[in-house]
Design a protein around this ligand. Structure first.
Ligand code: PMV
Length: 326
């Protein structure tokens, strides 16, 4: 490669309805169980990759600031896979921007590594299909595999690099669902998901979580395809609670919830009892994703803003696929 070769891509974060927690292969991020998610429209990462022969090492700029060694190494690992596929050795300059505030409690690794996989492979002249892009994104962050396809997405766990990738199970317009992202803390979490996955197997509950995952995936897929909100609410909350039970019973234990997290859970439970379409799900942090429908969203948002400890509520509809940006 002699000339500069660059490409840009855009990807959305996603919220898991059935969670990924724990790897069967840590290096390749082959998960212990399958997962199902919804891409989040309106929130996005935009990444440009420029392979430049004058660089002696990769450089990463996140939201205008040069990143440290650890973040850059994680990007280099994905770029190395791209270089190996394209038979090149050129180093790259990567610039990445999120349109949602860093520290707002929204995990950006899914959208970041999905956008990186697409921009880097295009900049290297590769033409990868969707499953190959999903596999590549997966090696940077497991949940990034689910930000590659559109709308409602299932990550087939597989047993090896070749068969662990995500695919769309319904397009964004399949169902008028919204994610109300209830921010109760803007601080950085102590244990990120990479460290958390490593601890999952120390919980005596992880084996039970994994063995019943196929049944929960089936129930979630059925509820989604049938647009059955009460069935979806049941399985989404159950799956989130099981994952947090594993987290809380790991050695050392991981408690991601704040008092306001529980206050939001209680409000969601009361609102559903009062007839609103709402359910909660929580990732590796204290903020609560309240899944709702177009008919219930306005009232749900108003009620959630009144819960003590709630800082703000962001709203996201089902999002499209990760894609090349102009
Ligand atoms: O992709 P990672 O390593 O950031 O893991 C994501 C873990 C959860 O957000 C807690 C669950 C999920 O499936 O997104």
């Amino acid at each position: 490669m002699t000339a500069n070769n660059s490409a840009s891509a855009i990807a959305h974060p996603n919220i898991a309805f059935i969670k990924y927690w724990g790897n069967r292969d840590e290096a390749l991020r082959i998960p212990s169980n399958g997962s199902i998610s919804m891409n989040l429209d309106g929130l996005e990462t935009r990444t440009t990759v420029e392979f430049n022969p004058s660089l002696s090492k990769d450089a990463l700029f996140l939201n205008g600031k040069k990143s440290g060694v650890l973040a850059t190494e994680r990007v280099t690992a994905l770029l190395d896979r791209v270089r190996s596929l394209a038979s090149i050795t050129t180093r790259a300059r990567v610039t990445s921007e999120n349109n949602f505030p860093t520290g707002s409690g929204i995990a950006s690794s899914a959208s970041a590594f999905a956008a990186l996989a697409i921009a880097a492979s295009a900049a290297a002249g590769l033409e990868l299909d969707e499953s190959a892009l999903s596999r590549l994104a997966r090696t940077g962050s497991g949940s990034a595999s689910r930000s590659v396809p559109a709308g409602f997405v299932e990550w087939l766990p597989g047993k090896s690099d070749a068969n662990s990738y995500a695919l769309s199970i319904a397009p964004p317009n399949h169902w008028d669902l919204l994610d109300l992202i209830v921010i109760v803390s803007q601080g950085h979490k102590k244990t990120g998901s990479t460290g958390g996955h490593r601890l999952a197997s120390t919980s005596p509950l992880q084996t039970a979580r994994i063995s019943a995952a196929p049944a929960r995936l089936e129930e979630c897929r059925r509820a989604l395809l049938a647009r059955d909100f009460s069935a979806l609410a049941h399985i989404v909350e159950l799956d989130s609670n099981i994952m947090h039970a594993v987290m809380m019973t790991s050695t050392p234990p991981l408690f991601y919830w704040k008092p306001a997290t529980l206050a939001v859970i209680e409000r969601v439970t009361a609102l559903r009892a009062a007839g609103l379409d709402v359910c909660y799900t929580i990732d590796a942090g204290p903020n609560v994703h309240v899944i709702t429908t177009g008919a219930s969203a306005k009232r749900a948002r108003r009620e959630l803003l009144q819960v003590s400890g709630v800082i703000e509520v962001l709203t996201a509809r089902p999002g499209g696929p990760a894609r090349i940006a102009p």
